[in-house]
Design a protein around this ligand. Structure first.
Ligand code: MN
Length: 207
């Protein structure tokens, strides 16, 4: 089985002015595509991964030959992380807020959405070098903010990623240059809380 780019749920220009069109286009067609190409190359001929979702390949990466493990972690993570990133962003919507069980969990864990955001932003700012900040559902079924270097997926540690911000420079440098805080603050405007609520509802059903 070989992986391909997931369909983007909006146009490259739809996240303007928060994320510029050129960044979106390069990020999706070049960076994400490269992770996919390298993942496909790495798993070619590995029958243990036949028909498996990329998430399952990452969760079972110990079944890969040792010389391919890191390549699969880097590129499988790159594929899964970026797929989540595209899906949990959205052009401005009228009805867009944490819902249902997700809202309960978010408020119960962090106080409210604004307090969560402050903690998430701090975590994202604290990523040194290339990496991500994620909101995850951990193994105890609790919400947790997690920082990851490179393309390491929270799945590697048994945590389910619910939302994630890419803080590699390629995600923001064309528009924001060194102003990472400005990118993170702008990103807040395009978070798709409806989708994150739906991802949470699915995640809590996984045993
Ligand atoms: Mn990226």
């Amino acid at each position: 089985m070989s992986f391909s780019l997931p369909k983007l749920p909006y146009k490259f220009s739809d996240l303007e002015p928060y994320i510029d069109t050129q960044t979106m286009e390069i990020h999706y067609t070049k960076h994400h595509q490269a992770y996919i190409d390298n993942l496909n190359k790495a798993i070619e001929g590995l029958t243990q991964f036949d028909g498996k979702a990329a998430e399952d390949i990452l969760k079972n990466v110990e079944n890969a030959p040792s010389e391919l493990k890191q390549t699969i972690i880097n590129n499988g993570g790159g594929h899964v992380n970026h797929t989540l990133y595209w899906n949990i962003m959205s052009p401005l919507m009228e009805e867009n807020a944490p819902q249902g069980k997700f809202k309960e969990a978010l408020d119960g864990t962090f106080g409210d959405k604004e307090k969560f955001w402050e903690a998430f932003k701090t975590k994202a700012m604290g990523v040194f070098g290339s990496g991500w900040a994620f909101l995850v559902l951990n193994k105890d079924n609790k919400l947790e903010i997690s920082r990851q270097s490179f393309q390491n997926s929270p799945l590697l540690k048994g945590n389910v990623p619910l939302m994630g911000i890419d803080v590699w420079e390629h995600a923001y440098y064309l528009k924001y240059q060194n102003r990472k805080a400005e990118y993170i603050e702008a990103w807040k405007n395009i978070i798709n809380w409806n989708e994150i609520s739906a991802i949470f509802e699915k995640a809590i059903l996984i045993p």
